[in-house]
Design a protein around this ligand. Sequence first.
Ligand SMILES: [Zn+2]
Length: 715
Amino acid sequence: MTIHRTLHLSIIGCLLLAGCGAAPSPTNLVILSLDTTRADRFGSYGYSSAHTPNFDRFSAGSVRFENAITAAPITLPAHTSIMTGTYPVFHGVHDNDGYVLDDGITTLAEILASEGFVTGAVLAAFPLDSQFNLDQGFASYDDDFQSDWTTAENRARTPLSFGFLERKSDRVNMAVERWLDTNASEQFFLWVHYFDPHQPYNAPPPYDTQFSESPYDAEMAFMDENFGHLMEMLSSRGLMENTIIVVVGDHGEGLGQHGEPTHASYLYDTTMRVPLWIAVPDDEFAAGSAVMSQVRTIDIAPTVLDALGLAAGPEMQGNSLVPLLYNPNHQWNRDALLEANFSWYHYGWAPLRALRSDRWKYVLGPQPELYDVSDDPEEMVNLIERLPEEAAVLNQRLNALVEATAARDLGRSAATVVDADTRLKLEALGYLGGGGDASIRVAPFPGPDELADMVNPMDQWLVMTFANFASEMARMQRIDEAISIAREGLAMDPGNHRLRMVLARVYAMRGLIDRSFEELQAARALQPDDPESYVLAGHIRMAQREFQQAQDEFRQAVERAPQVSAHVFNLGLAYARTGDFEEAISHFQAALELDPNSDNAIQELAKSYSQVGRYEEARESFQRALELNPYSPSVLYNIAVFYRYLGEDDFSRRMFQATLQVAPGHVAAACQLAELLHADGAHPEEVQSLAERTIELAPDSPWAERAQKLLDSQP
Ligand SMILES: [Zn+2]
């Protein structure tokens, strides 16, 4: 315990325990996580081309950590480490795909909720969807990525992009504002997630043209603008004076360095070194200074608990950084454990582990690497041959650290089945998966001999780049380029299941269905037991409105992985589309038994009930959907339609209004609200403005025709 720390705790203590001095108010906590954000792209971290004025201003009022290291270069494991204060070898979440955080692990949100904090999270992308169980402890966990989309944006989505998997930071802010309006009067913990710098790099104007040479920097600039708005939201509510604010990257982005286009496969500082700022509401802390010592993202949870005067969770493996907040030069020396398992699970290449200290990074893989990161921050010179003794010492330290931190149960957070639907969604975000074997997810890290015989992922960057590039082109709707790149990659590696799946998807997007199915056949020949090709085939048939064939494909997926809720749900949806609502109902019920929180299944179940006249059950299901997701435009809209159908116009009108409140660009809601008001005869001006809005938003739609009729019949 240092003097600084004691002093500081008494000050925060004052804030917590009313009665000592002025304006005693409880201290809140905001953690903002920046996905895919490199530390070295901020002005405050020395980037000369930066356009990050809001972050730089925040940096001037907080402590900046120059060498903050994440635990894994991929979203779900990295965030799980932040939110539990433990390494992946302990919490057991090693990938976005195939893991559901064990209920027995205590999260920061659970601790703060038990201390009486109101807890909320607003997420920006599917890898943090509540199905992966990082919502433990959050009273509200907003992963409705579709809310606040405009109709034009809705219409631009293709069926094969799998709906709404991410939202930009301006939309995240809208949800944050709603949450603060409801909750900021109590002591709160709010986690906000921004996803903008993640692929695809498609920042909106003016940043797209202003930074046309560097689309990644364009996303950074766009995110910076919204960070500024977020800070305004807090300060206009007077919350800056009593809120601890942590801003942290979950991992970086390769941007082509070391041959890595994005992230997840390697352990270089391009993806492992993240931005980290902490600001506490205390005049005494060292605002504006930088800490040079290495710290880890697992230190964040113990730090904020300490700053709030609370003890760290008993399992937490990080250390409180509070001493560094008061004295940036405080003696500090902690190793960091790093892991990259993605290539192992998805390509069968070797996994990597590394130990990083203030001076060294030792990477354990088929060909170990050693860098002097203090002298060679870009990791250009591998010293492994030159310094074998140093490497041997670091190898021992790495093994000891794993030994000290790993859980005994390797499979504690591993899912036992392959959820092909989830994987396709992750792939649509650029996480090119594959590999149908779930058992690898509970396998121990390979021993030295086994490891030496495995393929070194560092040698595979070309195949990785082709697969990534093809998928990226597909996401940008540059289909011809995607097809030719994927075919080039397959020419190099014809047995690559991943590339076959990418090609199947892009052929389908181009409308070349036969060729798409040829690729799916080839993929099935490579991995017959994997449900993924059947799920994709089912989605393609649904997009073609061939619902009978879609049933056949989804049924094959269910046979291969019957415990996966999404597979059963898909089959139910295909039944509903053919009008077989009784079959649909039984499948939606089965999907809900597997995953009681599946809001898709609840909504579709409610709609099917109402189709067959089981109105009471429909009412109950809609009620449940609303409880799970009170701000979801699709839930609100479907309820409105249902009650309109029942003739309960007053309630229906209120639900259409609520829909438009969360999604002002919802065309169908605008049009139907106009119709209801018109029938009422009391609100001609509102009818006119809603009808005009409908026509403006979707001029070629049937809704526009209906709106025009209203306008024509207005007096
Ligand atoms: Zn991420």
